[in-house]
Design a protein around this ligand. Sequence first.
Ligand SMILES: Cc1cc2nc3c(=O)[nH]c(=O)nc-3n(C[C@H](O)[C@H](O)[C@H](O)COP(=O)(O)O)c2cc1C
Length: 213
Amino acid sequence: MSFQRNRLSAADIKTKRDEPAFYDCLDSTLDYCWRLFQAGVTDRQCAFHMPTLATVRPDGTPSIRTVVLRSVDPDRRQLRFHTDIRSSKVGEITEQPRVAVHFYDAKSKVQLRIDGTASLHHDDAAAAKAWRGTRPLSRQCYRVEQNPGTAIADPTEAFAPSDWQDDEAGRSNFAAVTISFDALEWLYLSAHGHRRAQFTWHDGDMRATWLVP
Ligand SMILES: Cc1cc2nc3c(=O)[nH]c(=O)nc-3n(C[C@H](O)[C@H](O)[C@H](O)COP(=O)(O)O)c2cc1C
């Protein structure tokens, strides 16, 4: 697999029938998935930059929200996002680490869905490294005094002005979440015929199959 380029260009689209090279090829399809993930990390304009994360609440009901894709590790099949340790999703992941993530890019007409297991990093080296990579503006989110989701009478209550001075304030509320996935489902929409594929990994072995769209 090659992950040389992060950005997707028109040169990626070659074909018979004006379809992308991955159209009838499972290997190229998987390769393209990784390139979309990489583009999601590096290109803020890419739709893959903001996937939807699904967790399960303790009462069994589903819960979804947008997160920012921060990194991808093809060798470990891992994605990472950042969050506030006090947020509801962290409690949900602690109770039930099985999660799903949804991506859709209207430009490439690709939907990806992954099933995986989330791991929380708060006081460890992974969290420290992730925190060092955050920008000052992103750090501000972690400085709110009350837990995210707390009902407040006045929306300006959420920040104390002194919080803005200390760049490290908020570190104790910061968490990195990695999602190791074992199933990835692809859907590509085309007037020539949609393509749906599934990739699963069991003990290091990958299985790939086309599915009826
Ligand atoms: C564009 C966008 C990007 C977001 N990125 C993140 C993120 O990276 N991490 C995060 O915890 N919340 C992010 N949020 C907020 C979540 O969608 C959500 O509202 C919040 O985390 C509370 O979720 P929870 O109560 O389910 O924990 C983002 C929201 C939007 C609209």
